[in-house]
Design a protein around this ligand. Structure first.
Ligand code: MG
Length: 330
């Protein structure tokens, strides 16, 4: 019987911000019975509830695939198909502008913000919910600069009450510069509806709590964050169209291989939906210390660019990795 073969190559990503933990993931190499070979990335975030890497890889060996593994295989197939056709996945597609990611509000300087503006960033996305005082201070500073629209992402860390209080502290005159607020607290129709009275909400990780078949418009969020590493692209596009949402494609803050997959998908989506796709979040490789892969990518934003090679690029580096068969995992 013809089977799909899997290999993996573990890596560690080292955040430039030393306060953040190392990230353990694996590149996947997939070979199909038609002999096509493609590559993708698998970076679970156990602190956000993902099964650890070792568990996911063992599951793959037994044919029990997490959604992340399924998505990785889907992306590997896209890469494989493009390699077969001798084309780069980014070739000929429109470029997509990304937002500037701020993971730690204490670390960004005014000079860095000015430089980002000069480079062409139009939006900053601030990870929030850890230190309200610093976050509000930075939000206020950026809004006073008048240079950027703002996106806030709480990764569901708040409650409706906390969020309402936080939001009230953003000066009213500036509130329309907040483009949207992502996952303020766990999704529930009533509380999100209430928050949507005073804030524009975006759905990212909380997507997993939404029972789509029972959803009727208007929805309490206006933007859908599409992380191809985590959700099926076509189902996401269906709900965007059905409910008249805007959308953003983002990486999983993962390895450059994952970043380039997300970037290529963002460009494809931009080609089909130029007015529905907002600035994206696929310029994330600089969050980590440079490695051989990220050295081949742009060293300043806000646009990703084609990496030389076929598919997502990185041909020689991918060939040089030490690949272990998933079947050999004990
Ligand atoms: Mg998010």
């Amino acid at each position: 019987m013809a089977v799909i073969k899997f290999w993996f190559s573990e890596y560690t990503l080292k955040p430039r911000n030393k306060k953040l933990p190392l990230r353990l993931g694996a590149l996947l190499k997939v070979q199909w019975p038609d002999n096509l070979v493609g590559y993708a990335d698998l970076l679970p975030w156990p602190d956000l509830g993902d099964e650890p890497l070792a568990v996911q890889l063992k599951g793959l060996k037994k044919g029990r695939m997490s959604t992340m593994v399924e998505q990785a295989i889907w992306m590997a197939r896209r890469d494989a198909q493009a390699r077969k056709e001798k084309r780069n996945l980014m070739r000929g597609l429109p470029r997509v502008r990304n937002s500037l990611l701020i993971q730690d509000p204490d670390l960004i300087t005014e000079a860095e913000l000015g430089e980002a503006r000069r480079l062409g960033f139009m939006y900053v996305k601030i990870k929030c919910g850890k230190n309200q005082e610093s976050e509000l201070k930075l939000i206020d500073k950026i809004l006073r600069m008048g240079a950027f629209g703002i996106r806030l992402d709480f990764n569901s860390r708040l409650t409706l009450k906390d969020f309402t209080e936080f939001h009230e502290k953003i000066p009213t005159a500036f509130q329309n510069r907040v483009e949207y607020i992502e996952d303020p607290f766990p999704f529930a129709m009533d509380s999100w509806k209430e928050a949507s009275q005073f804030a524009t909400l975006a759905l990212d990780g909380e997507n997993s709590r939404v029972n789509w078949p029972s959803m009727k418009g208007p929805l309490p969020f206006k933007v859908l964050v599409i992380k191809p590493a985590r959700i099926d692209l076509n189902s996401a596009l269906d709900v965007v169209n059905k409910f008249g949402l805007k959308m953003v494609v983002t990486s999983n803050l993962d390895h450059p291989v994952g970043v380039m997959h997300a970037a290529a998908i963002a460009s494809e989506v931009k080609k089909s939906y130029p007015n529905i796709l907002l600035d994206c979040g696929t310029f994330t490789h600089l969050e980590y210390q440079e490695d051989a892969f990220s050295a081949l990518m742009p060293q300043s934003g806000p646009m990703n660019a084609e990496v030389p090679g076929l598919g997502i690029g990185f041909d020689e580096l991918l060939e040089k990795q030490k690949w272990s068969p998933v079947q050999g995992i004990v």
